[in-house]
Structures are given as structure tokens and as C-alpha cells.
Unconditional design. Structure first.
Length: 273
């Protein structure tokens, strides 16, 4: 469909507006979007959103937000330098880790406040924008955040699945971002480590039949062995640090713990945002 048709369907312009734009476009040899801007009928955001539909590249503008958190910069500012960096990381992971036999990856860091939940949420979005069927699992059953970022109201999630109180129907699709699904942490349990031990591997195998990429948010490594166990079950981890905050000694400890437990450390990322 043409940009004009998409803008009409979205209610951004009326048929009369489209006629005015087409007339100016023909008279001055302009692009439809540029002609609409000259007439004051369209904005850059209107045009970018229409282009995203035309090229199957979903993203949001602020007026379309349905309480999705502003921290989801990959959804709101997909052409920013920050998100371009995430796409570079995505490309490296596609080349170095994800394949038909490896679909899951944990995002780990040593301490709280280093940006794990923010990073993994935005990385999941850029994978979905590539057309990958992406599942984001919030396995931080101590201080979960993904349900807040994606405005998921259902209180059930991963913990309830592992406890046998729910099934995969608690996975939430994100309608604004096609191809992205989120499994929230669910009810905060008294025994997160035992729950992870109980059956996460079987569920990861099942999810791998339905999704191309599975990203797992984890608790801080300093809070317990959850991140180590999740890395073993998923196969590998991406180590995250925050610029000017994380200590090199802590990163070395985390890397040694992961590899000593039999998990692979795919690489490290310094979060500067």
C-alpha cells in the first residue's frame, strides 16, 4: 500500500487532504510525505510511522503509547544512535551465538543498577523488528521489572508456570510490536532458585519450538546463584556492565562463576546509558 493509503487508513489525513497533497506533489515533483509537510498536514512522525508499516518495521510514536514505558527507546526512537548500537549488538549475536540449535541467551551482571532489564527489553525489541519471533523472559523473580516496562497487568508468569499453577497462556503478546512476546516473572516466590531448578530447562526447550530468539532477564549475580543456573540451562550469557560504575574485579568474578559452572560467556557489553 502507498504511504498516502496508509495515512488515510490511520486517520492522519482525510480524503480531501490527500487530494491537496497529491495536487502539490504533481505540480512540484515532491514526495507525498514532503508535500504533506509543506501543507502542514503531516509531521515527520506521521511519515516515519507510515514508512514503518510499509517496510514492516514496527515502532511507536508518543501519541500511540499505551502505557509502554519510555525506557523502551527501541520502540520510540528506533533511529537514534543508542538503538543503532543495539542493532550492532544484535548483529554480533546473530553471527556468534543464535542458530538453529541455540536460541536462548541470558543477560547477566554482577550488581543491581547496571541496566539489565532496560538493556534486555530494548534488545528484545530490535530482534523483533528484524522479524525474529522473540520471547523475553523475566526470570528475575526477586525484583522483576519487565511487567512494568510493558504494562502487563496479569500477575501470573514464570514462577507460576514453574510451580505448576499456570501454563504458557500467561505469555503476553505485545500488539504494538509484532513478533515480540513477554513472559513476566509472575508471583514473587519465597524460593526462586528452587523454582528455576525445577523445570526451566524443559520449558526453554518447548519455547525454542515456537520462537527464534529467547532472551532471559536475570537477578544480579551478587543476589544469589539464579543467574548462574539460568545460564547453565540456557547455554550462554551476555555479561553487562555499567560505564563508570561496574568494577572490573566484579566482572571477572561473574565471568569465572558462569564459565566455572559450565555456561558460555558470549561476550560483554558496557552500558553507557
Amino acid at each position: 500500500m502507498t504511504i498516502g493509503g496508509l495515512l488515510l487508513d490511520a486517520g492522519k489525513i482525510t480524503p480531501a487532504d490527500a487530494e491537496r497533497i497529491l495536487r502539490l506533489q504533481k505540480d512540484h515533483g515532491l514526495l507525498f510525505g514532503d508535500a504533506g509537510k509543506v501543507l502542514g498536514l503531516l509531521t515527520d512522525e506521521d511519515i516515519q510511522q507510515a514508512l514503518s508499516q510499509q517496510f514492516d518495521f514496527p515502532f511507536l510514536i508518543n501519541s500511540d503509547a499505551k502505557a509502554l514505558d519510555a525506557e523502551l527507546v527501541s520502540a520510540y526512537q528506533p533511529f537514534s544512535q543508542q538503538v543503532e548500537t543495539l542493532r550492532v549488538i544484535r548483529s554480533q549475536l546473530m553471527l556468534r551465538w543464535f542458530s538453529d540449535n541455540r536460541k536462548a541467551l541470558t543477560i547477566v551482571s554482577y550488581a543491581n543498577g547496571e541496566g539489565r532489564s532496560y538493556f534486555v527489553a530494548n534488545l528484545a525489541i530490535v530482534f523483533s523488528q528484524l522479524g525474529e519471533r522473540t520471547l523475553l523472559i523475566d526470570a528475575d523473580m526477586r525484583q522483576p521489572r519487565q511487567h512494568l516496562l510493558f504494562n502487563i497487568q496479569d500477575k501470573q508468569g514464570l514462577s507460576d508456570i514453574l510451580a505448576g499453577r499456570a501454563d504458557s497462556s500467561v505469555i503476553a503478546n505485545v500488539p504494538e510490536l509484532r513478533g515480540l512476546s513477554v513472559l513476566p516473572a509472575g508471583t514473587i516466590p519465597p524460593n526462586p532458585l528452587e523454582l528455576i531448578s525445577r523445570g526451566i530447562a524443559d520449558w526453554l526447550e518447548q519455547f525454542a519450538l515456537e520462537y527464534d530468539v529467547i532472551l532471559v532477564d536475570t537477578p544480579a549475580g551478587s543476589q544469589g546463584s539464579d543467574a548462574q543456573l539460568l545460564t547453565i540451562k540456557s547455554g550462554g550469557a551476555l555479561l553487562l556492565a555499567r560505564q563508570h560504575q561496574s568494577r572490573l574485579a566484579d566482572l571477572e568474578i561473574m565471568k569465572n562463576l558462569l564459565e566455572g559452572s559450565g555456561g558460555a560467556c558470549v561476550g560483554a557489553v558496557i552500558n553507557a546509558f
